[in-house]
Structures are given as C-alpha cells and as structure tokens.
Ligand binder design. Structure first.
Ligand SMILES: C[S@@+](CC[C@H](N)C(=O)[O-])C[C@H]1O[C@@H](n2cnc3c(N)ncnc32)[C@H](O)[C@@H]1O
Length: 226
C-alpha cells in the first residue's frame, strides 16, 4: 500500500482524504528514499491515527509518540511519552533521556510558535546524524495574532518559525548563522550540523514566499551525516 493510502486508511490528515487533507505523503516519500527508518518519533498523538499509520508503513520500526497525556493505544511497537511543548524541561526526564537516536522526528503537536522552538531546541540532539526533523502544518505561522490552538496562543511577540527559517535559507554563511530570534531556546540551536533546510508550501513545492503558505506547510531539516 502507498504511504498516502496508509495515511487515509488510518484517518490522519497527513493523507489526501481526511479533515484538512494535507497530502504530505509525496514529501515523506522523498525523505524515506534517503533514510532507513528504525526509530521514528512524532509529537502529537491525538487518536493515534498517524502513529498507527507509521507502524503499518514501517513494519520493523519502533514508533514513539509524545503528547500531553498518553492515550489507550495497544500496539507493541508504539511507545508513548509525555511532554508539554510549552516546557522544555518536560523533554529532559529519564524517560526522554533513555530514547535512542531517531531517524526522523516529526512535530505535529500544538503548532504554536513556542511549541516549534521549544521542541526543536529540546529534541535536535535526538536526531541521528543524517536524519530528519520535520515541523508540520507551518501555515499556522500565518495565523492572525490572538489565534488559539488546543487552548494555547499560536503567535508570540518574539519569533515566527517560518520567518526564522526563511532568514536562515537566505543567509550567506549558513554554517555560522545564528537564528535571528530573541527566543532563547531556538537561538541555542547549533546550525553547524544542519545539512539542509526546506520550506514546503501549499502545493508541496519548495518556497521562500512564506506569507502565501495558507493551508499546508512543512519545514524539513536534515542533519549532517557524520
Ligand atoms: C494535530 S494533533 C496530532 C494528530 C496526529 N499526529 C495525527 O496525524 O493523527 C495535535 C496533538 O498535539 C497535542 N498538543 C497540543 N498542545 C500540546 C502541548 N503543549 N504539548 C504536547 N502536545 C500538545 C494535542 O493534545 C493533540 O493530540
């Protein structure tokens, strides 16, 4: 079964059928041509739809999921952790420290600017060399001030994730680039081991025209291989 069909079968909006129908399968297929997936972590479990989809698509992989609370999900290869994307310390418990390095980490959690920054800063060290970190649904970076998702403010006054990565992409010396954000958690990120960054917009193509990402969007960050 194709990845899109697996997404649609399990009802996640990563496919082209359910809810917002983000149609992210073509981009994930590009990523999976580049890596072998043994360990995959996705923040944002909700009903477990995407975690069940990953477990089916990667029959030999361990799938890790994190959310504010675990859900009832009976699958031998899906392991749940807890986190609060507003609190960086929640990613440094014993449970988190004992995780193996991940081939891919996906942030499909609360989609607020603070969440992007805190989660990336907390988990970048858990990405295997040569692996990927993906932030989903970054069209929320263009939500109006005052918007809320999952009862949390989407925007903050200090950093917008799409602007942060657009600035990185147009910077001349990326290896020494410091994320131009006063948001401390993201500023600490070491750009030296970033191999590439892609911003992918509404029609699944790479773009720097970030103001026009309105419905679907991904930031795909590849870590340098050793
Ligand atoms: C879009 S849903 C995940 C959907 C799932 N990945 C799928 O495709 O089927 C987002 C999830 O993020 C979680 N979330 C929201 N705010 C969070 C926070 N501050 N920390 C951790 N998880 C959060 C919500 O509880 C919700 O389950």
């Amino acid at each position: 079964m194709t990845l899109n069909n697996v997404f649609n079968k399990w009802g996640t909006d990563k496919g082209n059928k359910h809810n917002a129908a983000h149609n992210y399968a073509p981009i994930y297929e590009q990523i999976f041509e580049d890596i072998q997936v043994e360990n995959l972590l996705e923040i944002g479990i909700e009903n477990g739809n995407s975690h069940n989809a990953w477990a089916e698509y990667f029959p030999d992989a361990m799938i890790y999921g994190a959310d504010r609370k675990p859900i009832d999900l009976d699958h031998l290869r899906i392991l749940q952790l807890t986190c609060n994307q507003n609190d960086i310390d929640s990613f440094f418990t014993d449970q988190w420290q004992s995780l193996p390095l991940m081939d891919i980490i996906i942030d499909d959690g609360g989609h607020c600017m603070n969440h992007h920054a805190i989660t990336l800063a907390a988990l970048w060290h858990k990405v295997k060399p040569g692996g990927y970190y993906v932030i989903e649904d970054v069209h929320t970076c263009n939500y109006p001030k005052g918007s809320e998702l999952f009862g949390q403010a989407v925007m903050n006054d200090i950093a917008n994730t799409l602007v942060t990565f657009r600035d990185y992409l147009i910077s001349i010396n990326k290896r020494t680039h410091i994320f131009n954000t006063p948001f401390a958690e993201l500023k600490k990120l070491d750009t030296f081991d970033i191999k590439s960054v892609r911003i992918i917009g509404d029609n699944n193509s790479d773009t720097l025209d970030i103001e026009n990402i309105m419905k679907h969007g991904l930031i795909v960050i590849k870590k340098c291989p050793v």
